[in-house]
Design a protein around this ligand. Structure first.
Ligand code: GLP
Length: 238
């Protein structure tokens, strides 16, 4: 794993360089995208890039996860988040943007997502990390060979994500998420981590034993991972 400790303000621009080299370097780039607060600045840079002439017409995207029980029109859904922060502002064909669907027959939704991912391998996957070491919504104890599946969110994740909802009671208890095996199939992975609250998760991801206790630790086994973090998130690293 390569690690770059940067000023907070430079993390998204460094991530954008990596995205741009894929978007401009391939005929049909496939981007793996993440939600959460951390990558919002990256999406703003992608929108700025579009305004300055970068085209996303030939790009496909796959998002990591979605809440169960709310549809894409709900302001708290990850589909809404992606439209709002990125897709509505660039020239991407919305039919080529994929976010797992958390309503309807969930087994079928998982199978469909896995099939699409096996046909369109991800060139670059952007990842955030949860305070408990989750990536996407793969909570501690998720099997390393998991593919897209439905998960029960942990109390700590529900509490951490409640800030984006009007009340904690409104946070869905379940989500549909790419599995760890899907994420490991990406050709390149860029992890973004900022703030002291992520320091323990970053330490466990980078220097802990590879273990289901910290799902992000599986990234130690991937050949091309770049971790971009600020000093606070890196503070526990040796
Ligand atoms: C959610 C998402 C994760 C994301 C995490 C951290 O749980 N499912 O993909 O990495 O939040 O989000 P933030 O960047 O807001 O800290």
């Amino acid at each position: 794993m390569k690690i770059e400790v940067l000023d907070n303000s430079n993390i998204n621009s460094r991530a954008y360089q990596e995205i741009l080299s894929v978007v401009t370097g391939k005929a049909h780039p496939v981007l793996g995208l993440a939600t959460g607060t951390t990558p919002i600045g990256l999406y703003q840079l992608m929108v700025n890039g579009y305004q300055q002439g970068v085209s996303y017409k030939h790009v496909s995207t796959y998002n990591l996860d979605e809440y169960v029980g709310i549809d894409g029109g709900n302001v708290n859904s990850y589909r809404y988040f992606m439209n709002h922060h990125l897709f509505d502002h660039i020239d991407i064909d919305k039919d080529n943007t994929h976010v797992p669907c958390g309503v309807g027959d969930l087994t079928e939704q998982c199978n469909n997502y896995n099939n699409m991912l096996s046909q369109q391998p991800i060139d670059i996957q952007i990842l955030g990390i949860g305070v408990n070491g989750h990536i996407a919504f793969n909570e501690p104890n998720t099997p390393m060979d998991s593919t897209t599946h439905v998960v029960a969110l942990t109390d700590s994740t529900i509490k951490a994500n409640a800030r984006l909802f009007a009340h904690e009671q409104l946070v869905p208890q379940q989500a549909i998420t790419m599995g760890l095996a899907n994420i490991m199939n990406a050709k390149k992975i860029v992890v973004l981590a900022t703030g002291q609250g992520k320091a323990q998760a970053v330490k466990d991801m980078v220097q802990g034993k590879v273990s289901v206790a910290c799902p992000a630790s599986i990234l130690q086994n991937h050949p091309d991972v770049l971790l971009l973090c600020d000093k606070q998130a890196a503070m526990l690293l040796d």
